[in-house]
Design a protein. Structure first.
Length: 578
């Protein structure tokens, strides 16, 4: 149950965006949000405050902040105030620029970077950051700024990568090569370097070199389709059209470029973000590093600024869920729902928390209600899984059946329904459910084994054996499939399918790999030996299985059955399943 709760925490950015109702960095608030502007503008364009009284003086931008989060409004106004108080401070201008840019106000940020660079032409940050801000809309300015930054610091690999990429976009392949090579000397761990060099190779019609470089990049843990797009083109140029088509078929619709680790820029951005978008990113990062208190402080700070923040209370509750502190999570999840009762994902999470802490009926009611209101597979599965974990088998089967009816194409719902059917002894129906999943995805986790077992228990032994043989032909090393087939060949009720010698060949390598310490595998090996007439070996393996099971808590429930089978082998009788 806790595992299912924790899955809800891993992408807190998604929940943050869902609650705020937008996806932009500025994160629009609900209508009662605190809003304010400095400079007197409420239009969609930015006016500003001119310093110094002359036409050539720098102007403090005054972006339209109406409808923005209170924390963002407050922060931008603070940064503008610092510039107004210290108009000759490059740092004040630069921090205003960073604060504007990280919240999506790039056009307002650019002149602030420019002023910071004018006031302190020795600080590499300002031309570098301004160059990045200009990269999409003004490549000429971006190139000039990157070159100026390079004069200040030649040994920063991300700057060379930015320059190389810009040159490549402009068709200057030779300059791109120069800067990719320099970046490679400085930091060969940057994945964008071999990808960029591969793009250079493609520009030079050298597909073989491009392939080698993309293979290097592929070993560097890519997170986007950047490599795949180039790999498909490389295969096409090499005449490997089937491989090109297969790669293209796997390309998604996400971010194209691989992220570029950029410590100089990232830390400034990381600290400057004050919206829920940035809080969620930081919170996720802290949780990933086990820093629960720091993640919690992100949302406590938001609640101090806005006690009625639904996102703040929801995320604070989710952090406690992640930390397995459910009693601490529940009040915040409840408060989030009081503020915004339409957040049914939060309601579902709260329901799971109640179930786990013993308030079963309250939790199930919340889960069922959330499932009906959301209408998603995930919410339906949460409710059904909670019933299953409570061992309320009939209710769980009905809930999974409803999930299948509502979401007939979802393999997980159908698979879990099959498990419930099998548990209630409806093996033929279970086999039908598993067969539907296997038809759609033969490699779905556990489906072949469960299909074979259901067929076997419904009396279709031949079909069960056929399923396992077909599955093993695709994956001969699958331990579960090998064990299941060996068991059926050793113990099946139909003599025409039994084959003790083959069962021994299937199961022995698995026992060897586990150093004869797995009682389930030893049980199968003993049954196989008995079927083959090797009763001394059957007794030895069954005795060992009972000993290991008796000393291992998770297997102790097997001991009575193991001893019963041992008694058969001692009487030189094989075991017959059903």
């Amino acid at each position: 149950m806790i595992t299912s709760l924790r899955r809800r925490v891993t992408l807190t950015v998604i929940l943050a965006v869902m609650l705020m109702g937008v996806s932009g960095f500025g994160c629009k608030r609900t209508p009662d949000a605190e809003t304010a502007t400095v400079g007197g503008t409420s239009s969609g364009t930015s006016s500003g405050t001119t310093l110094g009284g002359s036409s050539g003086a720098a102007t403090i931008p005054a972006p339209d902040l109406s409808g923005m989060e209170a924390a963002l409004v407050r922060r931008i106004n603070e940064l503008r105030g610092e510039v107004a108080a210290n108009p000759g401070s490059a740092e004040a201008w630069g921090q205003l620029a960073i604060g504007l840019e990280v919240h999506g106000m790039i056009e307002d940020a650019i002149p602030c970077y420019r002023e910071a660079g004018r006031l302190d032409p020795t600080d590499v940050r300002w031309p570098y950051f301004e160059g990045i801000a200009n990269a999409v809309g003004n490549q000429d300015a971006s190139l000039e700024l990157f070159l100026r930054a390079l004069e200040l610091q030649d040994d920063y690999a991300p700057l060379h990568v930015q320059l190389a990429h810009l040159y490549l976009m402009r068709g200057d392949v030779d300059s791109a090569v120069k800067h990719y090579d320099r970046a490679d000397e400085l930091d060969p761990t940057l994945i964008r370097i071999p990808i960029g060099k591969a793009e250079v190779a493609l520009a030079r019609d050298d597909a073989e070199t491009a392939l080698q470089l993309l293979e290097r990049a592929g070993a560097m843990n890519p997170v986007t389709d950047h490599i795949l797009i180039n790999l498909a083109e490389t295969y096409r140029r090499l005449g490997r059209t089937e491989q090109a088509a297969a790669v293209l078929a796997s390309v998604g619709t996400g971010q194209r470029l691989e992220p570029l680790p950029d410590p100089l820029r990232t830390q400034w951005q990381w600290d400057a973000g004050v919206t829920t978008h940035w809080r969620a990113k930081r919170s996720d990062a802290y949780l990933g590093r086990g820093q629960v208190d720091r993640a919690r402080e992100e949302w406590n700070e938001l609640i101090r600024l806005d006690p009625d923040s639904a996102i703040g209370h929801a995320q604070l509750g989710m952090v406690s869920v992640h930390a397995n502190e459910l009693p601490r999570a529940i009040p915040h999840l409840q408060r989030a729902l009081e503020i915004d009762p339409t957040q049914y994902e939060i309601q579902s999470t709260l329901g799971l928390a109640f179930v786990k802490t013993g308030e079963t009926e309250k939790g199930l009611n919340l889960l069922e209600s959330a499932a009906r209101k959301l209408g998603t597979t995930k919410s339906a599965m949460s409710y059904a899984s909670a019933l299953r974990d409570l061992r309320r088998w009939d209710e769980a089967e009905a809930a999974f059946r409803e999930a299948v009816a509502a979401h007939p194409d979802d393999p997980e719902a159908r698979f879990e329904h099959g498990v419930m059917l099998g548990r209630s002894g409806r093996h033929a129906e279970a086999a039908g459910a598993f067969a539907r999943v296997a038809d759609a995805d033969p490699d779905y986790r556990g489906v072949q084994s469960n299909l074979a077992r259901s067929l076997y228990r419904s009396g279709a032994v031949g079909d069960a054996v056929k399923v396992l043989r077909t599955a093993l032909a695709r994956n001969s090393t699958d331990a579960q499939l090998r064990n299941d087939l060996a068991w059926m060949l050793a113990t099946g009720p139909d003599a025409s399918y039994r084959n003790g010698a083959e069962a021994i060949r299937l199961i022995t390598p698995l026992c060897e790999q586990t150093n004869f310490q797995n009682p389930m595998l030893l049980n199968t090996l003993a049954a196989a030996c008995a079927e083959a007439g090797k009763f001394d070996e059957a007794v030895r393996h069954a005795t060992r299985a009972a000993e290991v099971a008796g000393s291992t808590p998770q297997y102790r429930g097997m001991v009575p059955a193991l001893r019963q089978r041992l008694a058969l082998y001692e009487q030189e009788q094989p075991y017959r399943g059903r």
